[in-house]
Design a protein around this ligand. Sequence first.
Ligand code: ADP
Ligand code: MG
Length: 265
Amino acid sequence: MATESLLSIRGVSNTYVSHAWGIVGKKIAKPVLDNINIEIAPGEIFGLVGESGCGKTTLGRCILGLIDYRGDILIDGVRQDSRGRACTRREMARRVQAVFQDPAASLNPVKRAGWLLEEPLRVHRLGSKQERLKGVDETLDLVGLDSSYKDRRVNELSVGQKQRICIGCALMLKPKLIIADEAVSALDVSVGAQILNLFRDLHQTLGLGMVFIGHNLNLVYYLCDRIAVMRGGRILEQGTAEEVYSAPKHGYTRELLKAGEGGLT
Ligand SMILES: Nc1ncnc2c1ncn2[C@@H]1O[C@H](COP(=O)(O)OP(=O)(O)O)[C@@H](O)[C@H]1O
Ligand SMILES: [Mg+2]
């Protein structure tokens, strides 16, 4: 029997509806995702790649249960659905967490890193104060910062250190799945490479499943086990990283490879 998927995306479609300019009452429906099907095994890093506007973030938001969609998304066999979902947002937060592009926008600049890391545990009422502080120290270690960082305010940190704190916050509830949406795209090449290696280390040490969203296929190839190439809300092709990178089926995939040459972000 096949092992159960960590993440199943089955026939997911999504449409944004906006008001038409100048015509009262008229609405325009814009299809953004069209019949997306993806299965991700436990502990797998899956790359989602495509040019800006193709729907990657929208799919990430569907997985996180932040927006409505048609079709089914299951994490660990449990339906994630912002309408009639089988689990609450709290339960969902313990299964899936996200890391976004701009760490400065994700963190309150005047808070201390330790306070921010402890926050998810406080909100979910997990552990005693002492246990929570131990969790903060362990997580700082996991993201490559020593325990003195818990007393540092966010605005005293470099952008790379901020992103490490964001990743730490995402890890505090010990989710099985992380959605990393362009998580290294705003960082310069050397810092981006360090964060990329951190994701790879976390994948190896924690057996963490990951959806790594990016627009650079070369970078996604470096990190991921399998890759889906998206265009205009559809999946153009998907396969092992090796298949997509070495034997792309579509001209568009070859274009993406060419566009990403030489840069890590
Ligand atoms: N809240 C929204 N309302 C209407 N259209 C949106 C909204 N968010 C994104 N879009 C549109 O949906 C498409 C996909 O966007 P997005 O998922 O952000 O793509 P990507 O992350 O691949 O750059 C784009 O054309 C974008 O303009
Ligand atoms: Mg995006």
